[in-house]
Design a protein around this ligand. Structure first.
Ligand code: AMP
Length: 137
């Protein structure tokens, strides 16, 4: 059965999309640790990130860097933290989390509650920054 993230890529379930390339896709985490918490995934469904072939693995991290740079240009933060767990959703994904202090990277911290409009506005801001900074995708 297709993963929930494959269904997002295929448009079968909604998401707050940030950007996509031929091989990768980025959208907001629905249960964010911070405003702008994003997930970056390969479109090709693979459970464990270290099972990606080397080319796709590098492409995914290059794409995550672009999404992170776009995010830090519009979300006030000291930097963007990166985490890979993948223990819940069996489709490789990189968490990009805007942070000001280490505790903001902790998944036991309370999540940020956002309205659908806030999610849409944040995704729109990051998406516009991404397009401006990387017009070629
Ligand atoms: P993990 O696999 O442990 O890295 O956690 C999966 C992450 O995916 C969690 O942070 C969830 O909030 C997030 N998530 C699960 N379903 C969705 C969805 N439909 N849209 C956006 N984020 C999701």
């Amino acid at each position: 059965m297709a993963s929930i993230f494959t269904k997002i890529v295929n448009g079968e379930i909604p998401c707050y999309k940030i950007a996509e390339s031929e091989e990768c896709f980025a959208f907001l985490d629905i249960n964010p640790l911070a405003r702008g918490h994003a997930l970056v995934i390969p479109k090709k469904e693979t459970d464990y990130i270290f099972d990606l072939d080397d080319d796709l693995y590098h492409t995914l991290f290059d794409f995550a860097k672009k999404v992170g740079k776009a995010t830090e240009s519009v979300i006030p933060c000291k930097r963007i933290g990166m985490i890979v767990f993948g223990l819940d959703v069996p489709h490789a994904h990189i968490h990009l989390i805007p942070i000001n202090k280490p505790s903001e990277m902790s998944f036991s911290s309370p999540r940020v509650e956002l309205t659908p409009k806030e999610f849409m506005d944040i995704a729109g801001e990051i998406s516009r920054a991404f397009k401006k900074m990387y017009p070629g995708g």
